[in-house]
Design a protein around this ligand. Structure first.
Ligand code: ADP
Length: 234
């Protein structure tokens, strides 16, 4: 599903944000990416969403070879990858339903399809009955679940969640993580970055640690318990 072959990203003249990173993520995997601030996590995600381009190396996502991507392929890529951010990025003047519907409107879905699809997705993220609430009337956890609903409404193959629990208290953080697990059970590949050690330990998923632009470890069901790793996660 996701393949990186010796991917290097240099910002400016010499800031090696990623240094020959090779990585393979299978369809339907749930992968957690950890590493201290500045390690290169966001750069990795931005290369996958095509916000940034690699300086060298190969990226193939869902059969799309990024070297061969043309402008006309970008909508296809956007369709394959849903993204959720730490700060939700909701439209403040639109209610819950409208925030999710907007993701369909901008790509030309008709009203009938929107009325059919949005309630189903709001049900998945546990927001049934809150369609008319405005973002400011929601808790942080609910806002993030609106953002997740918006990210998955077009049924992407991959969901990237970049520090989605960073602004949430533990209870709401877990509500969000449970939704991510549910979406993964439905067959979506999930890439999650987090600084939350508790989440990493309890999820018992594959954990990739990035350190100074390189993959320092890549372990199935990894658990973070020792002091060194704890420090790195800060
Ligand atoms: P993380 O997400 O793990 O905090 P980043 O990928 O944001 O790490 O950053 C990796 C390195 O690349 C850091 O040294 C950061 O300062 C640098 N960097 C990130 N984005 C840019 C940019 N747009 N221009 C220049 N340097 C950048």
């Amino acid at each position: 599903m996701i393949l990186l072959d010796r991917v290097t990203k240099v910002y400016g003249k010499s800031n090696n944000a990623l240094d020959r990173v090779s990585l393979h993520v299978e369809a339907k995997e749930f992968v957690i990416i950890v590493g201290k601030s500045g390690a290169g996590k966001s750069t990795l995600l931005k290369l996958l969403t095509r916000e940034e381009r690699p300086t060298s190396g190969k990226i193939v996502v869902g059969g799309l070879d990024y070297d061969k991507l043309k402008d006309k392929d970008i909508p296809l890529l956007r369709r394959k990858i849903g993204v959720v951010f730490q700060d939700f990025k909701l439209l403040p003047n639109r209610n819950v339903f409208e925030n999710v519907a907007f993701a369909l409107e901008i790509v030309g879905y008709g009203n009938r399809e929107i009325q059919h699809t949005v309630p189903r997705v709001l049900d998945i993220v546990g927001l049934k009955g809150k369609e008319k609430r405005m973002p400011l009337e929601l808790s942080g956890g609910e806002r993030q679940r609106v953002a997740i609903a918006r990210a998955i409404v077009r049924q992407p193959k991959i969901l990237i969640a970049d520090e989605p629990t960073g602004n949430l208290d533990p209870k709401h953080a877990w509500d969000v993580i449970k939704v991510l697990e549910k979406i993964n059970r439905f067959g979506t590949t999930v890439l999650l970055t987090t600084h939350n050690q508790d989440i990493v330990n309890k999820l018992k998923r594959r954990v990739i640690t990035i350190e100074d632009g390189r993959i320092a470890s890549d372990r199935a069901n990894a658990k973070y318990s020792n002091q060194t790793n704890q420090a790195k996660l800060q």
